[in-house]
Each structure stands twice: as C-alpha cells, then as structure tokens.
Design a protein around this ligand. Structure first.
Ligand SMILES: [Zn+2]
Length: 150
C-alpha cells in the first residue's frame, strides 16, 4: 500500500488487491482517502487528502481509454457470439442493443477506467509513483524526504 501514516512518512508498498480496491472505490491509490473526481467527468488535479498530483504528465490518462475500449469491445464481442451464434437471436436485434451499449457504457465506465489506470500504474510502476509523490510533496515539506530515507 502506498499510504501516509500518522507520523507523516509514506509507505510505498501497494498490493494488487489494494490497488484494485482503491480503483473500484474511485479513491486515490496513494492514500485511499481522497476522491479522484470533482464532478461527473472532471478529475481533481491533486488528491484532496494527501496532496499527491494525480496526473503524472500531460496525456497521462490516455491509457485509460484502452481499458475502456477493451472492456467495451470484449463484452460486445462475447455478447454477440452468445446471443447471435449461441442462442440464434436475429442480427438486427443483437446489433441494435450492442450499438446502444457501445455508446452508453464507455461514458458510465469512464471514471472507473481512469481509476483503474491510475491504480494499476501505481502498482506496476511504484518507482514512478514515488517520484510523483515526492515531487508533489517536495514543495510542501522537505522533511518528507528524510523520513523515507531518500
Ligand atoms: Zn491521496
């Protein structure tokens, strides 16, 4: 888990389960408390609780579109195969429903895709997460660097 304890030091251990749990809750993967979104589609620039910058660089969340697209396309393909080929539903009925799904689902899943992207990136690239945390916290306090031994 990447969290801040009571003494103010940061723990950079983040398990996959914890990362996914934070992603499903749409919370900051670093502290688990701050909300990622300020509105329906507008993200906070920094975590409201720990102050960590959420977008590491411009275009950082472009990768979340791959998650969103992959889940939408995968589910659509499986549903088409199951309903049309497996159960013999007409192509017109299945495609109408799937077209509506493909338009609506990505909008609903947008927040989760970004949250998953951030959590998985934090899990698979903990060094990058440390740099983001330290860079954003460096302006707040130089004492944090000595607490974690850097
Ligand atoms: Zn946070």
């Amino acid at each position: 888990m990447t969290s801040q304890n009571r003494s103010g030091s940061i723990n950079f251990e983040l398990s996959l389960g914890r990362a996914l749990s934070q992603a499903v809750r749409i919370r900051c993967p670093y502290c688990g408390e701050g909300r990622l979104f300020a509105g329906l589609f507008r993200m906070h620039c920094v975590c409201s609780e720990c102050g960590t910058r959420l977008e590491r660089e411009p275009g950082y969340f472009l990768g979340s579109t791959y998650i969103n697209y992959g889940i939408t396309a995968g589910f659509s393909t499986l549903t088409y195969v199951l309903l049309h080929i497996g159960l013999g539903w007409s192509n017109r009925v299945v495609m109408s429903g799937l077209m509506a799904f493909c338009l609506i689902f990505p909008l609903i899943f947008f927040r989760y895709a970004r949250s998953l992207w951030l959590a998985l990136d934090c899990f698979f690239d903990p060094l990058g997460a440390q740099q983001v945390i330290l860079t954003s916290r460096r302006s707040e306090s130089r004492d944090e660097l000595s607490n974690i031994g850097i």
